[in-house]
Design a protein around this ligand. Structure first.
Ligand SMILES: O=C(O)CNC(=O)[C@H](CS)NC(=O)CCC(=O)C(=O)O
Length: 278
């Protein structure tokens, strides 16, 4: 089986200033690589926590002209790491963008892209209201990509509430699942750890969940607590509530071991709920 490697999660408090966010994330990516990380992941909205739909669309450039892409590509190459930028807003049309994860290989090439499937259209009881689908067009496709240590399934933030996506990624032979997030502080304190651990346990995958933290523009509060979770459900790293970097040693053999101990993935059955007596 595959050798062990070190994963690094970058926890940011992104603002609405693109250049500042690229600089802050780049510095923490360097720090993670300096701590020996072979694979570094950053949160959803790494380059922009936006105050408005207009600001999101203004910053959502096509991939060919998005300034963050050459910057992160060059950094992956310079540091010789695999780098997942949790998400960037990428222009799709006159009034829509993709909320897109981009995976760079150690040569700086784009190895995978994934557009967030589930849109966060939710009124939070703390008074904040989100209409992600006003600005973003949802992705239609689950995505896996091969790393030197095994297969990665890509997801983003609110996706974590949709277990079927994770089951699909596991059935597509993923060993690791990325869940970059900008989870709200309100829902995060109630649900974040248990959702991430549940997805790891159900799939027998490692979960890598880098997160936004702190207060952002428009008084948005995000939960932080970037997590590395093992396939048996143990939390291997938790970044707490401040910006920074955490790393964890990953032994891919633990994937097969967890699935051997409880082979639930092989016991999954198709069924339909029907009313009694129908
Ligand atoms: O929070 C912000 O300011 C920005 N958030 C985001 O960009 C995205 C899309 S609006 N947030 C989520 O998907 C949160 C999900 C979530 O929090 C849950 O499922 O409970």
């Amino acid at each position: 089986m595959s050798e062990a490697f070190t994963v690094g999660l970058v926890q940011t408090n992104s603002s609405d200033v693109l250049a500042d966010n690229i600089a802050a994330a780049s510095q923490m990516i360097r720090e993670a690589a300096g701590q020996g990380a072979d694979f570094v992941l950053t949160p959803e909205n790494t380059t922009l926590m936006s105050p408005s739909r207009e600001a999101t669309l203004a910053a959502a450039l096509p991939e060919e002209s998005h300034p963050a892409i050459p910057a992160f590509s060059a950094l992956a190459q310079e540091l010789g790491i695999w780098l997942l930028i949790g998400s960037l807003s990428v222009r799709l049309g006159p009034d829509k963008a993709a909320n897109r994860s981009m995976l760079f290989d150690p040569r700086g090439q784009v190895a995978a892209r994934y557009d967030k499937i589930h849109m966060f259209d939710v009124n939070i009881p703390d008074g904040q209201s989100y209409r992600e689908s006003d600005t973003f067009r949802p992705g239609e496709q689950a995505v896996v990509a091969d790393l030197p240590w095994g297969r990665l399934g890509l997801t983003i933030c609110y996706d974590v509430r949709f277990a079927a996506l994770y089951r699909n990624l596991a059935k597509a032979r993923a060993s690791f699942i990325s869940v970059p997030a900008a989870f709200t502080a309100f829902t995060g304190q109630a649900h974040w750890h248990v959702l991430q651990r549940a997805r790891a346990i159900e799939t027998g995958c490692f979960v890598f969940a880098p997160a936004q933290c702190g207060t952002h523009v428009a008084d948005r509060q995000t939960y932080g607590h970037s997590l590395v979770v093992a396939p048996w459900g143990e939390v291997l790293a938790d970044a707490g509530s401040e910006p920074g970097v955490v790393t964890a040693r990953i032994d891919p053999a633990l994937v097969a071991e967890a699935r051997r101990m409880v082979p639930a993935l092989t016991h999954d059955r198709a069924f339909e709920a029907v009313p009694e007596g129908a």
